[in-house]
Each structure stands twice: as C-alpha cells, then as structure tokens.
Design a protein around this ligand. Structure first.
Ligand code: SF4
Length: 138
C-alpha cells in the first residue's frame, strides 16, 4: 500500500476510534506506523511477547535486546530517534516457530546471551510500572 493510502486509512481508523470509542488490536511490522497509532505496544518473537509497554516508552527505552535490534533497523527521519537507535546487526538465522529453541527463544541470536539463556525461559515481568520484559538481564 502506498504511503498516501496508508495515511488515509490510518486517519480513518483514528476517526472511527474517536467517534465509536473503539479499541484496536493493530498488528504490523512497520514500527513508524505502530508508533503513530498505538497507546500500548507488545513486541513478539517466535510467538511470544518479549516486551510490552506504553507506545512512546518502547521507543524511548527499549529493554529487550530484540526490541532494540528491531528499532535499530528502522530508517528514522527524526535525528533524535536515529541517534538513539544505532544499528544492531543480529547474527544467525531466525529459528523455527514450530520447533523453537530451548530456554529463551531469542538466545541463538541474542548479542548478550548468557549460559542460562539456553535452558531457562525468561518470564514476562514488570520491571517498571506498566513496562513488561521477558529477559533474564532486563
Ligand atoms: S534472556 Fe538471555 S538470550 Fe533472552 S533476550 Fe535476555 S539476555 Fe538475550
């Protein structure tokens, strides 16, 4: 979908939301669009939520290494966000969601993985009010 059509649809969604007091579950890969439309954001990796927080907080202070890598891949036009999210290149391949890795599902690609990450699955826990992360080191 081209950018102008995309903007029209997003505006329509927001108008309907205001008018009808709707709640949306909006699933997308374009993190700039997600930022524009979302009050709360959940980041998923291989079928599990790895981070959940208010929209702007995810962008200002991502705590999960996967969220940090995702945000670093966005071509930000805002220089502040571009500076904040320096490029992180993840090594390796995305694992199978059908047969995911043991422990933390992100451990084969995580740049800060420890030994326990291979065996212990991190629970989603609230590390700051309203900010949830599934990482042993967050
Ligand atoms: S639990 Fe370990 S492997 Fe998973 S994101 Fe955190 S540091 Fe990385």
């Amino acid at each position: 979908m081209d950018v102008s059509i995309q903007a029209q649809i997003l505006n329509l969604l927001q108008d309907l939301q205001d008018e009808l007091e709707l709640t949306y579950l909006f699933i997308a890969h374009d993190l700039r669009v997600v930022r524009h439309i979302s009050d709360r954001i959940a980041v998923m990796y291989l079928g599990l939520i790895v981070e959940l927080a208010a929209g702007l907080e995810i962008y200002d202070e991502p705590l999960h290494p996967y969220t940090q890598a995702l945000l670093s891949a966005v071509p930000w036009t805002d220089p502040r966000l571009a500076r904040k999210h320096q490029r992180i290149i993840l090594e390796g391949e995305v694992s199978s969601a059908v047969n995911p890795p043991s422990g933390c599902r992100f451990h084969p690609r995580c740049p800060i993985a420890e030994d326990r990450c291979q065996n212990e699955s991190p629970q989603l826990r609230e590390v700051q009010p309203g900010h949830w992360v599934a990482c042993h080191l967050a």
